[in-house]
Structure formats: structure tokens, C-alpha cells
Design a protein around this ligand. Structure first.
Ligand SMILES: *Cc1c(COP(=O)(O)O)cnc(C)c1O
Length: 399
């Protein structure tokens, strides 16, 4: 595509000299695989989020998988999540041989709609097919309405895993996302596009000690060296036992060191994203787009700045607008293709039309660039490009 200005190539992670030094120091240390630095990263995140237990793993996808297993999801079980998410939020159920279904989104927050959840639970109870686990996803960094979802979990007896891959540093009703005040487990991602990065990485947080020790076992082959957890007496100091079928989902020390170093700047990262979001929101008010709106009791960490084009009011398709912006060097993206419309999910029996709010949201969705290192000047160029694309739409309407 032509008109490339370089904005598009800007990397989203921000790595400073402290981050680099932390990784180099680790390379020279005794441990490369999971060790004392990963433990410090876990303690750092746990204390930041005010939660009791934190288990670091090699991705949020792995964290979601062992979260499901630790909560007892198994063959014949059922997990519900939002269609407006990355596929990993749903795939975790399939890894456990359980089934997946979706709860449509609220058209204002684009998060799982608690009223639709309540309605679907009533129906599911009648059919005797209640979910075992529900995975609300904090889309773009703004928490779902967790107190309502958690109350429903008590009423209907399911477990709650918050997919907070976007939302570390966010706040809901005065509680940090990750505190698990309204859930059994919260999961974070440290993929480079997320708020802080460990290269690849994820973390599972919980206040339940049984869930934490189960997850810790599953992270590393189901193997324990703790004689209290063994099924029979230890043979000696070399001895370990495999007591579950686990995986190698460990975080390595290089990732742990990078994550721990990035955690020192998390509030700075979020403050900058919040500024950028506010600048977009005031600059784009006049356009035929619906801007993101965050409920009063939520503080977003602004992983994404998703706008929704009002397609009836413009003469271009979302695709044309996207391609124009991309062509002028603006690294726009789209979040998310509704999971149930993916070919793999269609092959499981889902059909387009099943979750209309998420589908119509997808039709007009464009995510604007938002990341710590984006300067005001660059953002102003992006805003100018957006205005010029929309004004060319208007001219077309007038013609
Ligand atoms: C990024 C993301 C994941 C997966 O994270 P990884 O660390 O890449 O496995 C899961 N869910 C959501 C909502 C995400 O955005």
C-alpha cells in the first residue's frame, strides 16, 4: 500500500535500558528457566493487584487452560464466554474436552451483557445445561460488570474466570482488576501488545489456595517435590512424583525479569494511555463514530481505543475506511471477529446471526493506535488522517 509514513511500523511495547539490563543480568545468573525472578514477578503482580496467589506461565492462553482445569472443567462440561474476544478465551474449554457457548455483548460497553447472561441462565436451567465456568472478557481494558456476574455465579453454581488480558491496572468498583473480589480466577497476558510485556507470558491470580496449588502443579507436568503432596512416602532428596497430568507452561527467568522490570512502570504506561484516550475522545466527538464509553465505576487500562463507525451515516464501508487509514500509515486494527463465526466454530455448529450485537459491532469496529510511546504529534497526524478520510466520505455523500 502507498502513502506509508512510518506510523504503522511503530512497535507497541516500550523497552527501556532498565528492562534490557534486567534481562542481561538474568542471562548471567544461575537460572534461566522458572526461578527466583519469576517468583518476584508473581509477588509483584499479586501485591499490585491485592490478591493472595499468582502463578506465572508462558502465555495467557496457558493460564486460561490450567485455570479451567483447576476449577474442574472436564469432558462434557460447559464454558460460556463473550463472542467479542480473542479465540483463546473460548479455546481453553475445548482443550479440556468441554463444550463452549457464548453470551452476547452489551452494545454500549461491548462486554458480556449481564442481563443476557441472566436470561440465558434461566433458559439453561430449564434444559438442565448450566455452564460450569463463565469467562467474562474485559474488552479494551474496561472491566465487565463483575458484581452482577458474580452474584449470578452464586445463584446458578458456576465458576468465574476473568479474562483480563487487556485489563491489568484497571479498576472496578474500587478494586484492582486481578484482586478476584468478584471471581474465582483472573488471567493476565504479557504479550507485547498488552499493557506490560514479558515477551510472551501470562499469569493466573486467585485467592483460593487449593486452586493456586492445583494450577502450580499443572504448570509443570503435574510433578511435585513436596512430600505432603505425594501419594506415597518419598524415596529421598532426589524424589519427585507426578500426581496429575500437567504441562510445561512455565515462564522462563528472562521473561520474568522483563515482566518484573516492566511492572515498575505500569502506572506510567496506563497514565499515558489514558491521556491518549482522552485526546482521541475530545478530537473525534464530531465524527459519525461511537466512541468508547467507560462506566462510572470502572477505570480502564486502555489496552485498545475501539471506535464504532455509524455505517448508516457514511458512504464508505468499514473496509474502505480501514484501507484508507492503513494506506496513510495509520496502524488501525479490528477487534474482534466474533469467535463463533470462525470456521472452526462454525464446524462445531455455530452460525452467523447467533450473537447479533457482537456481529453488528464487528461490522463497524476499528481500533485506533494507542500505546505508551505514541507522541501527541503522531496522534495529531492520526487524527488528521481520520478527518480527511471521513471528509472524503462526506463529499461522496454530497455528490
Ligand atoms: C491476548 C489475549 C489472549 C491470549 O494471550 P496470550 O498471552 O497471547 O496467550 C487471550 N484473551 C484475550 C482477550 C487476549 O486479548
Amino acid at each position: 500500500m502507498k502513502g506509508y509514513t512510518g506510523l504503522r511500523s511503530k512497535k507497541q511495547q516500550d523497552i527501556n535500558s532498565n528492562d534490557i539490563q534486567a534481562v542481561v543480568d538474568t542471562l548471567e545468573s544461575n537460572y534461566l528457566t522458572q526461578g527466583p525472578t519469576v517468583e518476584k514477578f508473581e509477588e509483584g503482580v499479586a501485591s499490585y493487584c491485592n490478591v493472595q496467589y499468582a502463578i506465572a506461565v508462558n502465555s495467557a492462553t496457558s493460564a486460561l487452560h490450567i485455570a479451567c482445569l483447576a476449577l474442574g472443567l472436564k469432558k462434557g462440561g460447559l464454558l460460556w464466554t463473550s463472542p467479542n474476544t480473542f479465540v483463546a478465551s473460548a479455546n481453553c474449554a475445548l482443550y479440556c474436552d468441554a463444550d463452549v457457548d457464548f453470551v452476547d455483548i452489551d452494545p454500549t460497553t461491548h462486554n458480556m451483557c449481564p442481563e443476557k447472561l441472566s436470561e440465558k441462565l434461566k433458559q439453561a436451567k430449564k434444559c438442565n445445561r448450566l455452564p460450569d465456568v463463565v469467562v467474562p472478557v474485559h474488552f479494551s481494558g474496561a472491566s465487565c460488570d463483575m458484581s452482577k456476574i458474580y452474584a449470578l455465579s452464586k445463584e446458578y453454581g458456576f465458576k468465574v474466570i476473568e479474562d483480563a488480558s487487556h485489563a491489568i491496572g484497571g479498576v472496578y468498583k474500587g478494586h484492582k482488576v486481578g484482586s478476584c473480589q468478584f471471581s474465582d480466577i483472573t488471567v493476565f497476558s504479557f504479550h507485547p501488545v498488552k499493557i506490560i510485556t514479558s515477551g510472551e507470558g501470562g499469569m493466573l491470580l486467585t485467592n483460593n489456595s487449593d486452586v493456586a496449588s492445583k494450577a502450580a502443579l499443572l504448570r509443570s507436568h503435574g510433578i511435585t517435590r513436596d512430600s505432603d503432596k505425594m501419594k506415597s512416602p518419598s524415596h529421598g532428596p532426589w524424589y519427585y512424583q507426578q500426581v496429575e497430568l500437567g504441562f510445561n507452561y512455565r515462564m522462563n527467568e528472562l521473561s520474568g525479569a522483563l515482566g518484573l522490570s516492566q511492572l515498575q512502570r505500569i502506572d506510567e504506561f496506563i497514565a499515558r494511555r489514558t491521556e491518549l484516550a482522552a485526546r482521541y475522545s475530545s478530537a473525534l466527538r464530531e465524527l459519525p463514530v461511537i466512541l468508547p464509553s467507560v462506566p462510572d465505576d470502572v477505570v480502564s487500562s486502555w489496552h485498545l481505543y475501539p471506535v464504532r463507525i455509524i455505517l448508516d451515516e457514511v458512504s464508505m464501508s468499514r473496509r474502505e475506511i480501514f484501507e484508507h487509514l492503513w494506506g496513510s500509515g495509520v496502524a488501525v486494527n479490528v477487534h474482534y471477529i466474533p469467535v463463533h463465526t470462525q470456521p472452526y466454530y462454525l464446524s462445531l455448529g455455530f452460525q452467523p446471526g447467533m450473537f447479533p450485537e457482537s456481529e453488528s459491532y464487528y461490522d463497524g469496529a476499528i481500533s485506533l493506535p494507542i500505546y505508551y510511546a505514541l507522541s501527541n504529534k503522531q496522534q495529531d497526524l492520526i487524527i488528521q488522517s481520520i478527518y480527511s478520510v471521513f471528509s472524503s466520505c462526506k463529499e461522496l455523500v454530497i455528490c
